[in-house]
Every structure is written in structure tokens, then in C-alpha cells.
Design a protein around this ligand. Structure first.
Ligand code: PMP
Length: 387
């Protein structure tokens, strides 16, 4: 059996061993509660303050603009539900794109049940949202626009700077779910007028179960979790100091290594795209050819099902995805691909390959070597495929 190959960094990343090392003391000797007033508690408070500053630094933010949550899903809930609840006297209309993560789509549905109106802005065939299409849908009642910085699925990067500039001065708040973009693209809140931003620790190789909502100074949200008033009253519950210290270390490492890492990953991505399109007939790239994440290659193969492809590659020791792991429990085709204009049968033949910090050139070699034969074999079995 050859070495296992992992090409699904979008669904989960290993925690960097340097992060694990930094977290360990907080499980045993430095276990204090930041709300306790004794010395052990003081140690936790100073770790919390210092970690907040280190996480803020990676994103060009101020420490008091960082709210720690239990993950990106909770941050998205706090952003959408929290902002709308707190600001409903200003209006009842929200804009999202058709390509959002399922946690945003389902928050939008919940908002509609609570009496808000939601408009879903269409995307183009590459998965991009145009600022003009957003502008055309803004009304006097619009209070919030939420657009994911990049697609966790097809890797398309949105024109966030243009969208943010277009909304400046309109009084409409801008939220972005930056989970797929963080650690891969530079994000500097001092240089882009975004009001709320969702981040996750694992996506910069920190521990799972920790996220951040960036809240620009002056932006108000109602808490979605009520309790002892931690995180400035916005997210109650005893802070997970070990994970928070882990995310801070992950942020420092990312700040030092991201520029180089993104270049290396882009060379892997470009090889995957070039060689797979060249070696597999009737293969197509999903997502944008240029405006795409440096670690994402997403394909569509005519005449086969993504699931059978995934299982055949699993037999070869290669872990891949057919799209968002968060939506894999539904049998429906990807909403993002359907919104790009693909037919259901086309969307079903998709394969998502994502590389990351511990990917090696040999991982890329292996999938390039194995994939053409697997596709050929599945096509001979497929009633859908005609040469
Ligand atoms: N937003 C995006 C873009 C994601 O990819 C994910 C999942 N990785 C989430 C939100 C939700 O993250 P979590 O499951 O950690 O809450």
C-alpha cells in the first residue's frame, strides 16, 4: 500500500505541532479561569489579553475588535442574527450571495422566519459576485450585506475590496465569512472597510472548536449566547484559554510563513490544474481561472459521479472531496455549482482537491498518476458517458 495522500485541507487541517506544544501547559499547570481573581486566574487573563492581541495583529485589527467564539458557525450566527436583531430599527433587509456557506444560508432562512427580508445575489459562471449586482439590490431598508471572501468549495475569490468600497458611506454594514481565505490571502482590516468578519482557528492550523468574530469599533450586535458576560458581553461562557493560546501561536506562525506558503501551494494548484486537464479527456475546471485560492483545484468530469470517484480514490489511499464537507450529508448537488449554471448531472461529477501546509510534491504526483485511470475505468461502467 502506498503512502496515504491527503488532498482535503478545506474540510480539516491538522493542528501545527508547534501549536500543540504551545497549548500543552494550559491543560495542566496553567489551567486558570480568566474570571477568577487569584493568581492562577490572573495568569489566564494575561494569556487571554496577549493572545487576543496576537490574533488581531495577523488581521490588522485592534485587540478589542476580536470576539472569541466556538467556531465559524457561531461567528456567522453572531454576525447575521446578532447584527439584525440589534439593528432592526434601521431596516429589515439583508443581502447575501447565492454561493454562501451553508451556515450563512441557514441563518438567512432563520432571519426570514423572524420577519427579515433576504435577497440572494446571483453569481456568474465562475462563482463571482459583482459589486454592481449588489448595489442594484440595495434599498432604503437594507442593513447588512454578507459575502464570503472566498468559496470554501470552488475556491473563487470575491472582489472584496470593490464591494467594501462600494458600500462605504451607504450606512449598510458589510460582513464577510473569511474562513476559506484566511491564511491564504492577505487580510488587513486597516486597509479594507469591512465591519464584521468570521474567522476560524483550524483554518490557520490552530485547534478546532474556536473561532473569531471581528467586530469593527462602533459596530453593535446582540449576543446570541447569554450568560456570565465574557467577551465583553457578546459571547458568554468560560474562555477556552488553551485553544485561544493555540490560535495565537497559529497566527504568529501564519504571519511569518504565509507569503512563502501561498506561493508553494499555488505551484501545486497550478500543476494539478494543468496536468489533470491535459491528461483526463472531457474534464473542466470549476471556479475562476485567475481569481482563485492558491490551494484549490476543483474539477468536473463528464459522465461520472463525484461520489464514485471519491470512493475509488479512497481505495487508492487518497482522500479527496466532492465539495463542502459541511453539506455532504445532503444528496443534493452543490448549490454553488448550480448557481454557476451547471446542470444537476454536471454538478454531480465534481472533485475538489485542496492542498495545505503539510502537502508534498509527491502528493500531487500521486493523484496526477492515479486519477486518469480511475476516471477511465468509471467511465467504462457509466451509462451516462459517451466518447
Ligand atoms: N464558513 C466556511 C467558509 C467554512 O468553510 C466552514 C467550515 N469549515 C464554516 C463556515 C463553518 O465552520 P465550523 O464548522 O468550524 O463552525
Amino acid at each position: 500500500m502506498s503512502e496515504r495522500v491527503y488532498l482535503d485541507y478545506q474540510s480539516a487541517k491538522p493542528v501545527d505541532p508547534r501549536v500543540v506544544e504551545a497549548m500543552l501547559p494550559f491543560f495542566t499547570t496553567r489551567f486558570g479561569n480568566a474570571s477568577a481573581l487569584h493568581t492562577v486566574g490572573d495568569d489566564a487573563t494575561s494569556t487571554l489579553d496577549e493572545s487576543r492581541a496576537r490574533v488581531a495583529r495577523l488581521f490588522g485589527a485592534e485587540p478589542d475588535e476580536i470576539v472569541f467564539t466556538s467556531g465559524a458557525t457561531e461567528s456567522n450566527n453572531l454576525a447575521l442574527m446578532g447584527y439584525c436583531l440589534r439593528n432592526k430599527r434601521k431596516g429589515d433587509h439583508v443581502l447575501i450571495s447565492e454561493a454562501e456557506h451553508i451556515s450563512i444560508l441557514n441563518c438567512a432562512k432563520a432571519l426570514e422566519k423572524s420577519g427579515f427580508r433576504v435577497t440572494r445575489v446571483p453569481i456568474d459562471q465562475f462563482g463571482r459576485v459583482s459589486p454592481d449586482k449588489i448595489r442594484a439590490r440595495i434599498t432604503d431598508d437594507t442593513i447588512l450585506v454578507s459575502i464570503g471572501w472566498a468559496s470554501n468549495e470552488i475556491g473563487t475569490v470575491q472582489p472584496m475590496h470593490e464591494i467594501a468600497e462600494m458600500l462605504t458611506g451607504t450606512g449598510v454594514a458589510l460582513h464577510t465569512d473569511a474562513v476559506a481565505a484566511q491564511g491564504l490571502l492577505p487580510i488587513d482590516m486597516a486597509a479594507i472597510p469591512i465591519d464584521l468578519m468570521t474567522l476560524s482557528s483550524n483554518d490557520i492550523y490552530g485547534p478546532r472548536g474556536l473561532g473569531v468574530l471581528y467586530l469593527r469599533k462602533g459596530v453593535r450586535v446582540a449576543p446570541t449566547i447569554i450568560g456570565g458576560g465574557q467577551e465583553n458581553g457578546l459571547r458568554s461562557g468560560t474562555e477556552d484559554i488553551a485553544s485561544i493560546a493555540g490560535m495565537a501561536t497559529a497566527a504568529d506562525i501564519m504571519a511569518a510563513e504565509m507569503a512563502q506558503e501561498a506561493v508553494r501551494l499555488a505551484t501545486y494548484r497550478d500543476r494539478l490544474i494543468e496536468e489533470i486537464l491535459a491528461r483526463v479527456p472531457h474534464a473542466h475546471l470549476n471556479g475562476h481561472p485567475q481569481h482563485r485560492l492558491p490551494n484549490n483545484a476543483h474539477f468536473r468530469f463528464e459522465g461520472i459521479e463525484g461520489e464514485s470517484l471519491l470512493l475509488s480514490l479512497k481505495d487508492e489511499g487518497i482522500s479527496v472531496s466532492t465539495g463542502s464537507a459541511c453539506s455532504s450529508k445532503t444528496l443534493a448537488p452543490s448549490h454553488t455549482l448550480i448557481s454557476c449554471g451547471l446542470l444537476h448531472e454536471e454538478a454531480h461529477g465534481s472533485l475538489e482537491l485542496t492542498v495545505g501546509r503539510f502537502s508534498k510534491e509527491s502528493d500531487v504526483d500521486r493523484i496526477i498518476e492515479v486519477l486518469p485511470g480511475v476516471v477511465r475505468r468509471l467511465r467504462t461502467l457509466s451509462p451516462l458517458y459517451k466518447e
